[in-house]
Write a protein that binds this ligand. Structure first.
Ligand code: ADP
Length: 540
């Protein structure tokens, strides 16, 4: 027997329609590429999305077509999210930090018909234009006067496109499983792979993101996604904030500590989301100013591990609460978020910290388990580590054009991460499967060692890779960027680490570098480091 309830499909349009109706004057503030501050509201975003929908139809965009954006976080980008998906087409957000060849590969693989670009990306898209023949139009996110010199030949302007078209659009109702947006994985191994998000997955993920135990989004918050809209849809903020009635502050391209501080301070941002690298920049500026930006109450740190030192700098020095979170492109992306269970709230800080540095507990909708190499499930004891498998309605089933399932025979997605799960459900990533160091019969967590190393006052950033060893097969090499001029010796660093990690993990060598190679999403490129230290000899 069927339940007797409406079968309203879960479509993305419903998110912005809700915001326009019930949070009409809630602001979306953008720091534009030219540095000016632009103020908009959900009501205006919705009206302009309807204009854009009409303009896209006039350009001949059909359901299922791919429309690319090469753009920073902004109000116009948000309008594109809603207009493109709303007409049944697919909003393909391209990571603008990619090298030309990667961008060409992605645009051709996705067969994008239109490319909307921010003005500072004009030269990049002009360079790739000759290599992307399927792209019919390039559209500058500006008015006609703002189309920069050096833009692709025949470039249109966004404001011109949406002027003079009706501000009402009759949104179609279609299958909630239709594709809405796409994003390519960073492709550290092989070519980038396309992940195609459905309307249903996006809406469910947006709803779950609002839970108190997830991002706890409330109308009194003001949220600033430092994480870009081309990086897994800014972790879903463009979809979750409208349904929570939360104002969004879009930082545009200026993501350095000073710019972020000033924007947050001025707009009284209560909550920010980003990767550890950007938070280190902000923390440096907060230390310089001797305070946090006015109103900043909490930050979500994800994309890479939040170290104890980042958590302490935010919480102890500046009174800003840190929530660690984990996810991936294939998961829309949120999988776990760290909130303390009530029984841990009154623990002394040194006992809370081992819990706080864990990535967190699964949110409703995401199931997970850890398995050994034979696929047998491992205990949730907080000690045994294994391959982390996940399942749920906003998790990938197949890569775009892959023609085969991305899942194990029993329907799990293997994240490629190695993790422990404890009896309270907290998950700790101990490594990427490909980064773990296998020393003798033991596994050494590169992430665990890095987190411990950055606790040393002379170490600003650290990355650990395995290098060949005649007896143990692999031993850890610690590659560091120094904080200031002092460079402690290997034995001093080992002494410092000995209190924090098992003896077996202590690095066999240390190398100082001026910077670590970062990928397009701001994470350390271990592959780059491995190539650089490929012939490293531990006996030198
Ligand atoms: P995102 O960086 O947005 O989470 P990606 O798909 O680019 O998505 O990268 C996903 C991978 O990043 C994860 O599989 C994991 O290895 C790593 N990662 C993400 N969040 C964390 C975290 N909090 N701690 C450690 N590693 C993380």
């Amino acid at each position: 027997m069927h339940g007797m309830m409406m079968t309203t499909p879960l479509l993305i349009t419903s998110l912005i329609q809700f915001a326009a109706k019930f949070h009409n004057d809630t602001e979306v503030v953008t720091c534009r590429v030219d540095g000016t501050l632009h103020r908009s509201t959900y009501g205006q975003i919705y009206e302009r999305s309807q204009r854009l929908a009409n303009a896209l139809i006039e350009l001949g965009v059909k359901p299922g077509d791919r429309v690319a954006t090469v753009a920073w976080n902004s109000d116009r980008h948000l309008e594109l999210y809603y207009a493109v998906s709303g007409i049944g087409a697919i909003c393909h957000t391209v990571n603008l930090r990619l090298a030309d060849a990667e961008m060409v590969y992605i645009l051709n693989h996705a067969e994008d018909r239109l490319v909307f670009f921010d003005t500072d990306m004009a030269e990049t898209v002009a360079r790739i234009q000759p290599h992307t023949p399927a792209v019919e139009s390039f559209i500058s996110l500006s008015d006609a006067a703002g189309i920069p010199a050096g833009s692709p030949a025949g470039a249109l302007d966004y404001e011109g496109l949406i002027a003079g078209v009706p501000d009402q659009y009759d949104w179609p109702v279609f299958d909630e499983n239709a594709a809405a947006s796409m994003c390519y994985t960073s492709g550290t191994t092989g070519n980038p792979k396309g992940v195609l998000y459905s309307h249903r997955a996006t809406v469910l993920h947006a709803m779950a993101s609002c839970f108190a135990s997830t991002l706890d989004l409330r109308t009194h918050d003001i949220v600033l996604p430092v994480v870009p809209m081309f990086h897994v849809n800014a972790w879903g903020i463009p979809y979750s904030s409208p349904i929570a009635g939360v104002p969004i502050v879009m930082p545009g391209p200026k993501l350095d500590g000073k710019s972020l501080f000033e924007l947050m301070d001025q707009e009284h941002v209560t909550m920010g989301l980003g990767v550890p690298t950007v938070w280190m920049g902000l923390l440096d500026h907060m230390d310089k100013m001797g305070r946090a930006p006015k109103g900043l109450a909490r930050v979500i740190v994800g994309g890479a591990a939040a170290s104890e030192s980042i958590i302490n700098r935010f919480e102890l020095k500046h009174g800003v609460t840190v929530h660690h979170a984990w996810g991936m492109t294939e998961m829309s992306p949120v999988g776990v978020v760290n909130t303390l269970k009530p029984k841990f709230l009154d623990l002394p800080r040194d006992q809370q910290m081992p819990i706080k540095v864990k990535q967190g507990r699964a949110i409703y909708g995401v199931d997970m388990c850890i398995v050994d190499d034979d696929g047998d499930e491992l205990p949730h004891d907080g000690i045994t580590s294994g391959r982390l498998l996940v399942k749920g309605p906003w998790i990938i089933s197949e890569y775009y054009k892959a023609d085969e399932s991305a899942l194990t025979s029993d329907g799990w997605f293997d994240t490629g991460d190695i993790a422990t799960l404890d009896a309270d459900g907290y998950m700790l990533i101990t490594d990427r499967a490909k980064d773990i160091i296998k020393s003798g019969g033991e596994w050494i967590s590169s992430v665990g060692l890095e987190n411990a190393a950055v606790g040393h006052p002379a170490i600003k950033q650290a990355a650990v890779i395995g290098v060949p060893h005649p007896k143990w097969l692999e031993r850890p090499l610690l590659v560091c960027v120094s904080e200031g001029d002092s460079r402690p010796s290997l034995s001093e660093v080992r002494e410092f680490l000995a209190e924090k990690v098992p003896k077996l993990w202590l690095p066999d060598a240390i190398e100082w570098v001026s910077s670590l190679p970062l990928g397009a999403t701001g994470k350390v490129l271990k592959a780059g480091l491995r190539a650089r230290f490929a012939d490293y000899s531990l006996n030198k």
